[in-house]
Design a protein around this ligand. Structure first.
Ligand code: FE2
Length: 239
């Protein structure tokens, strides 16, 4: 009878540097206090969770990566392409991951019942994308640049333009939520969420890179962004 050899891989994921991640309660951001338990136990995920319900990419409708309009009708705003690279701690592409992106429209309003701000909705802007990465780990989103918006009950704190991302691993418990910021935005320097990350390198990693206007399509500005899903250089998780 052949002897089965069990190969144990070394545990190579280094612990995170706390300076690269926001605190659970962000000073001045009231909602983080509401949704943070007084006591929190972080239980490591085990095999039963990682092998648990999976296949989100098959269960949920794929919304595609082009949300710059509905059919022939283009959403209002500056057309942009966002080239997202999803990588692991070694810089290798993360394949088969479901990536969701949602954002405000050009006027700073979300197409969601919770957003009751005065800014108008855009009937031609769906506001959310959902795509599964292929072997390249890359997605090119076609969308419009979001507007900034005031945070309710915050004494005039305005969010800078940003995109929200959720990345799902193989099981539904393996999930990362973060945000992407745009370079050169004056509101970046005052944003309580971006500033909650202590490390300047980690903050910089949350800001996309603008490509020269000579690159990419004629009708859109192009941004490049990288999300590192784990490891010491993991992208900061931002709700
Ligand atoms: Fe937002």
């Amino acid at each position: 009878m052949t002897e089965v050899q069990v190969v144990r891989l070394p545990h190579i994921v280094e612990p995170l540097d706390p300076a690269t991640q926001p605190p659970r309660v962000i000073p001045g951001y009231v909602q983080t206090g509401w949704r943070t338990p007084e006591k929190l136990w972080r239980r490591p995920l085990t095999r039963s969770e990682f092998t648990g319900p999976s296949g989100q990419g098959r269960r949920l409708a794929q919304l595609g990566a082009d949300i710059a309009g509905r059919g022939e009708r283009q959403a209002l705003g500056q057309l942009i392409h966002v080239r997202l690279a999803l990588v692991d701690e070694d810089g290798s592409p993360v394949t088969g991951a479901m990536v969701e992106m949602w954002q405000a429209n050009a006027a700073g309003r979300y197409a969601h019942p919770n957003d009751t701000e005065h800014a108008p909705l855009d009937p031609n802007f769906p506001g959310a994308a959902r795509v599964v990465t292929d072997e390249s780990g890359r997605i090119e989103f076609r969308t419009i640049k979001p507007g900034g918006y005031p945070v309710p009950d915050s004494r005039r704190w305005w969010r800078p333009p940003h995109l929200h991302f959720s990345v799902w691993g193989r099981s539904f418990l393996s999930r990362m939520v973060t945000q992407m910021f745009f370079p050169g935005e004056p509101l970046n320097a005052q944003d309580r969420i971006l500033l909650s990350v202590a490390s300047s390198d980690a903050r910089e990693a949350l800001v996309a890179r603008a490509l020269p206007t000579t690159e990419g399509p004629d009708d859109a500005l192009v941004y490049e962004h990288r999300i590192v899903v784990r490891g010491r250089r993991a992208t900061a998780e931002l709700d």
